[in-house]
Design a protein around this ligand. Structure first.
Ligand code: HEC
Length: 136
């Protein structure tokens, strides 16, 4: 039984490990394309657009530290998404959920479908997983 558990755990880890690595890589590429302009390549809040913003662009490497050491996954996803309206009007962070969706809808004028929303959420989750991986 003990051996079975160890083998099962090992199998599970080998199955999951590449997926996690892949998610981080996808999230990293997405981050560099979409977020680094403001938040900076090292997420220190010092991207080239940051000085043009009327509000300070926050660093993204201390999100866990500011939350008692636990990465605030849901909050981060909702912040990136921006469609849930959890922030007030005038929130300067772009609403990526809507932008990711319209990019796909533009490419596929078949319009709204669950597949589109799944891709939008996967992009946001990849970003959040990448951010989790760079917490200090
Ligand atoms: C146009 C500049 C700009 C871009 C591009 C941008 N952000 Fe932001 N982001 C901001 C600003 C400004 C804030 C702070 C706004 C506030 O807190 O009211 C912020 C806040 C955040 C926060 C909350 C940080 C905290 O301390 O609570 C997260 C998480 C975040 N951004 C992630 C991202 C991700 C991921 C991307 C790429 C998909 C991205 N941002 C792209 C400007 C930007």
């Amino acid at each position: 039984m003990k051996h079975f558990n160890r083998a099962a755990t090992f199998a599970l880890i080998s199955l999951l490990y590449p997926a996690v690595t892949l998610a981080d890589e996808i999230g990293k590429a997405e981050y560099m394309n979409t977020c680094a302009t403001c938040h900076g390549e090292g997420a220190a809040g010092d991207g080239p657009l940051a000085e043009l913003m009327t509000v300070p662009v926050p660093p993204l490497t201390g999100l866990s530290a500011a939350n008692d050491g636990a990465f605030p996954m849901l909050e981060v996803i909702q912040t990136i998404d921006g469609r849930s309206g959890t922030r007030g009007h005038g929130y300067p962070m772009p609403i990526w959920g809507a932008r990711f969706r319209s990019e796909i809808s533009d490419a596929d004028s078949a319009g709204i479908n669950y597949g589109t929303e799944t891709i939008v959420r996967a992009r946001m989750l990849s970003l959040a997983l990448y951010l989790e991986s760079i917490q200090q």
